[in-house]
Design a protein around this ligand. Structure first.
Ligand code: ADP
Ligand code: MG
Length: 361
């Protein structure tokens, strides 16, 4: 069954949009070590889901389960409303209409670009196949390279060929496993934009795996954060950034600072100041999340802290400094405020600061 992709203008509530992929309580252990631990999630048709987490957290294993290469011990996978994994069912990968793109391109070295792209189209008539390959070459902007071999291409070009090959059989879902991680920054940023444009133009639902938080926040409609095989949080990039559900998400995704804090009356007391804020935690002790961009540094001869390092990032500076008890803090300020290393400063927070207290670790 083909699920229609809603147009971007559709104003249906998010929860009522058609789900192309549904995972329920999926668990897989390798030799008793849990790689994927009770993961449930849904992918809305036409969306790009950014699957984000550190190396070893189970991202590739989850993709392999969705593609049908691994059978989880528990849980179910449904594609377009059809059960494909679980309850005694395992539909083979080639019958799932799921495409895959890997970090190392995985092209066939003895086949030309055109032959690689046409590999999944062998059942088509020759002329039809030639036309489809030409369309795809143009889509990934490689119109003149059809007779080259993979070793005659740059990394970025090889990944364009791999993308065309994955798109050729018109998959319903494309799984991209860190597809840009082997490319240098400039190529990565350019190809990221192009891949996203192609997915949206073709209405392809996709899971884009990355360990790069900026990449996930930049490209995804929804971001799913994994940690130790578990799904920690799923939401829009804005929600993940502004309302991290766990200390791990706050630390990994937003690179926030944390300072020990104690609740006294209505204030959370830290060594850099007291802050009135509501929290959901029951203890009187916790760790206060402080965003790097929410810190104000005020030079003062009697300042309690000293600038330890300074990095120029073009449009801003990133400073590190130590609190009186020796805790390291990072602060980002506009590039117009250049403070030399060793400057004594007082630290305060912007009125708009996004603060949150998490249970202490
Ligand atoms: P990620 O893609 O997030 O880096 P993986 O899904 O590759 O993580 O791996 C998750 C965990 O499962 C890791 O601890 C890894 O060592 C383990 N693992 C992955 N594949 C296998 C395998 N074939 N056999 C045993 N352990 C595996
Ligand atoms: Mg991986």
């Amino acid at each position: 069954m083909k699920i229609p992709v809603p147009s971007p203008q559709t104003s249906v509530p998010y929860t009522q949009l058609p789900i192309i992929l549904k995972l329920q309580n999926v668990t897989l252990a390798y030799k008793n070590a849990l790689a994927v631990d009770g993961v449930s999630l849904g992918l809305v048709a036409g969306d790009v889901l950014g699957l984000l987490g550190p190396s070893g957290c189970g991202k590739t294993t989850l993709l392999r389960i969705i593609a049908g290469f691994e059978l989880p011990q528990t849980g179910t996978v449904e594609i377009a409303g059809e059960l494909v994994t679980g309850n005694g069912c395992l539909i083979p990968p080639e019958q799932r209409h799921v495409g895959m793109l890997f970090q190392d391109y995985a092209l066939f070295p003895h086949l030309t670009v055109a032959e690689n792209i046409g590999f999944g189209l062998r059942r088509m008539q020759k002329s039809e196949r030639r036309q489809r390959v030409a369309e795809l070459l143009s889509l990934v902007r490689l119109p003149t390279l059809e007779n080259r071999y993979p070793h005659e291409l740059s990394g970025g070009q090889q990944q364009r060929v791999a993308l065309a090959r994955a798109l050729a059989p018109q998959p319903q879902i494309l799984l991209l496993d860190e597809p840009l991680s082997n490319l240098d920054l400039q190529v990565r940023l350019k190809l990221r934009e192009e891949v996203l444009a192609i997915l949206k133009q073709q209405g392809i639902s996709a899971i884009f795996v990355t360990h790069d938080q900026q990449e996930a926040l930049a490209i995804a409609d929804q971001v799913a954060v994994m940690h130790n095989g578990k799904l920690e949080q799923i939401g829009t990039p804005e929600t993940i950034y502004t309302q991290p559900a766990s200390r791990f998400v706050a630390e990994f995704v937003t690179q926030a600072n944390f300072l020990p804090a104690q609740l006294q009356r209505n204030y959370w007391v830290t060594e850099i100041g007291c802050f009135a804020l509501k929290t959901e935690i029951s203890q009187h002790k916790g760790d206060l999340m402080i965003r790097e961009e929410d810190i104000i540094l005020q030079p003062a001869s009697d300042g309690a802290m000293k600038i330890a390092t300074r990095f120029f990032l073009g449009h801003e500076y990133r400073y590190s400094l130590y609190t009186p008890s020796g805790k390291k803090l990072y602060a980002i300020t506009p590039a117009s405020i250049a403070l030399p290393i060793g400057t004594q400063v007082n630290v305060s927070l912007k009125e708009t600061a996004n603060l949150k207290v998490f249970e202490s670790q």
